[in-house]
Design a protein around this ligand. Structure first.
Ligand SMILES: Cc1ncc(COP(=O)(O)O)c(C=O)c1O
Length: 308
């Protein structure tokens, strides 16, 4: 059942991605020429924020929601993006045009505090203004993930309290998540299932996490995880479509006993989970019925949101 070494970000191979053009501070250059300084705050300290977004039909899905999150986090860390929302949209539009991309595209928009004058931590040493990079790739999530599902291992690394490094920051520094991912891989799983500081099931290292029990959809309270755009859309879709949905504390016992489990994220939308700590989830092969229904509803919502 398990394909070893798979991740939730597996995409169909697309050779066109070898020759993409990348936006670096207003210039759009071939992939091999896209470079930032070794003094960049993002490289040195992980001092920056990013967003992953998807382009369909020439429109960025849920652009406003992604910008709300980006601008909130940049404000919280006093990072002046140097562009307003229209400026970001313009940079995205130019990069897409330079690449001839309109559909099934994933982008990583990255903004760091910029180039430092010395290799030390103080934010005031970043004097250049922000570094803005946009990487866009042709991207369709790999189909095999829908059939096999992802395997998770519960990991010792937890999601911390918001007064340490708030999980709501989509920061360049993802070390907490990277450590969780390594722990999962070393336990033979694809992705790490992370608990909150009280031991309740919270999230995975790269996606938000949901279970389905007796027709109800459960996810964590949201207190310790990324405020995922896809997570919120799934919750909203449940509410609009009379699928009972609860943001609540629950434990591993309830996760192991779930009828279905799935992950959410901009890249993969809804990815089924087949195993948690070696225990098979549900009795179906492949994707479960409620996950499949939510996938369809989410697909319709994206189509509606990106209609021209
Ligand atoms: C740790 C983590 N959880 C969840 C998500 C999913 O968020 P979204 O649905 O906004 O893509 C991300 C994506 O950036 C993430 O980094």
């Amino acid at each position: 059942m398990k394909i070893s070494g798979q991740t939730t970000h597996d995409a169909e191979e697309d050779v066109r991605n070898q020759n993409i053009k990348i936006y670096v501070n207003g210039e759009i250059v071939p992939r091999e020429e896209a470079k930032v300084s070794v003094y960049d705050s993002g490289f040195m300290l992980g001092d920056g924020m990013w967003e992953g977004m998807r382009l369909y039909n020439g429109k960025w899905a849920f652009f406003d929601e992604h910008m709300d999150r980006l601008f909130d986090s940049c404000k919280a860390i006093s990072l002046n993006i140097g562009l307003d929302r229209d400026g970001i949209l313009d940079a995205l539009t130019k990069t897409a045009a330079a690449n001839g991309m309109t559909h099934d595209v994933h982008c990583r928009l990255m903004i760091t505090r910029g180039v430092k004058s010395k290799p030390f931590q103080h934010p005031n040493l970043s004097k250049s203004g922000p570094t803005v990079v946009i990487i866009m790739e042709h991207s369709k999530p790999a189909k095999h993930l829908q059939a096999t599902g992802i395997s998770l291992a519960t990991v010792p690394q937890v999601r911390g309290l918001p007064m340490s490094q708030d999980a709501k920051y989509n920061s360049h520094s993802k070390l907490n998540c990277v450590i969780a991912c390594l722990q999962a891989e070393q336990a033979g799983a694809d992705e790490g299932l992370m608990l909150d500081p009280h031991g309740f099931v919270n999230t995975t290292n790269a996606c938000n996490f949901f279970i389905v029990r007796k027709g109800e959809v459960w996810t964590s309270t949201g207190d310790y995880c990324m405020n995922g755009v896809t997570r919120q859309k799934v919750i909203d879709l449940c509410r609009v479509n009379d699928i009972p949905v609860f943001e609540k504390n629950y434990s591993l016992v309830e996760a192991y006993g779930a009828d279905e489990a799935f992950l959410t994220g901009t890249f993969g939308a809804q990815t089924p989970v087949s195993l948690i700590d070696g225990k098979r989830i549900g009795s179906h092969d492949g994707i479960g019925p409620i996950t499949a229904r939510l996938q369809t509803l989410y697909g319709e919502l994206v189509a509606q949101n990106t209609r021209s």
